[in-house]
Design a protein. Sequence first.
Length: 110
Amino acid sequence: MNDNSKENKKYPEGHFVGLWTGLGVAMFAGLGVPLSIALDNFAFIGIGPAIGVAVGVAIGQSIEEKKKKEGKIRPLTEDEKKTRKKLLFFMIALLVLGIIAFLGILFMNK
């Protein structure tokens, strides 16, 4: 890939928001454990990913707006829309299965 093709590359809508959300969660995921241990309250264990999502979305959205002004953001194709919709349904199903498994484990121990 030469430098000219990198300059002309267009990214799909939502590319940078998704990228930076993932990076934010990865960077801040370990923050909750030491904070929970230091405060002796394990309610804070989920604060790291929450902060990571907030920071990642903020950074990703600002980069997305900058690239949109430069004309480097393109709308999603029909195939990309279908793929995202399938992925959303899969993730919701996975979340529901996780909740059911959690409740099953919780009530089996009582």
